[in-house]
Write a protein that binds this ligand. Structure first.
Ligand code: SF4
Length: 222
């Protein structure tokens, strides 16, 4: 039974490459590639990405930073104008206010820059463990374990962990996954979860992990 995370990641990447339409990288990976790891853009992208389609998140981040250039601009922005700029994003009212609050704190406590310490990131309003870990990975290239619904679901399905919450999954994955894989795991798992190991109707017949997948094997036994 293959349970080496390196092999699992390779199989996932290989399978993603064979899809008819090569899937887009996640919004944060795309921002990282296009924006040269600008921590503010990654942080704002992470805030905007919650419950939003990836392609829309990237588009809105680009639009936003054509109008505003740094944390100071965003902290001093007109809230109605800010809402209008991001209105295609779900929960844009809450997110516009959140962006202003976060940028004000960046100005007051961090000289307008995004901190690279996990604890400092967690102190920003609305920034939880997943967002803080995303900023570390995508903006600072620092090994961290962002766990969203896709990472949580797939890790449990294939039996890497047996957990009830993403927080517990983060804790368990951090213990068993060698650090050299931490920077890539989130992007690969999220792409796999969006395209193959979907929440409902996963494409198990197409997946090279079915021989080790607890979820698949348990269905077969029924
Ligand atoms: S076999 Fe199915 S449930 Fe298991 S990892 Fe593959 S797609 Fe997901």
């Amino acid at each position: 039974m293959v349970k080496s995370i390196g092999t699992i990641l390779k199989k996932m990447e290989g399978k993603l490459r064979t899809l008819n339409t090569i899937p887009r990288p996640t919004a944060l990976k795309e921002l990282q590639r296009e924006e040269g790891k600008d921590p503010l853009k990654i942080l704002i992208g992470t805030i905007l990405s919650a419950r939003s389609r990836d392609e829309n998140t990237t588009k809105v981040v680009h639009q936003l930073f054509l109008r505003y250039h740094d944390a100071k601009d965003l902290a001093n922005s007109n809230i109605e104008e800010l809402k209008l700029l991001i209105h295609s994003i779900g929960f844009y009212n809450i997110k516009a206010n959140r962006i202003k609050q976060v940028c004000k704190i960046l100005l007051e406590r961090h000289g307008g820059t995004v901190p690279s310490k996990f604890e400092d990131l967690l102190e920003l309003p609305g920034v939880g463990r997943k967002t803080a870990n995303c900023v570390l990975v995508y903006a600072f290239n620092a090994p961290a374990m962002p766990v969203d619904i896709h990472v949580h679901r797939i890790s449990n399905r294939i039996g890497l962990v047996e957990t009830k919450t993403p927080e517990k999954t983060e804790e368990e994955l951090s213990k068993i996954v060698p650090k050299k894989y931490w920077l890539d795991l989130n992007n690969i798992f999220v792409m796999y979860g969006q395209n193959i190991c979907r929440p409902s109707n996963p494409k198990c017949g197409y997946c090279d992990l079915s021989n080790i997948c607890k979820y698949f094997l348990s269905k077969k036994e029924i």
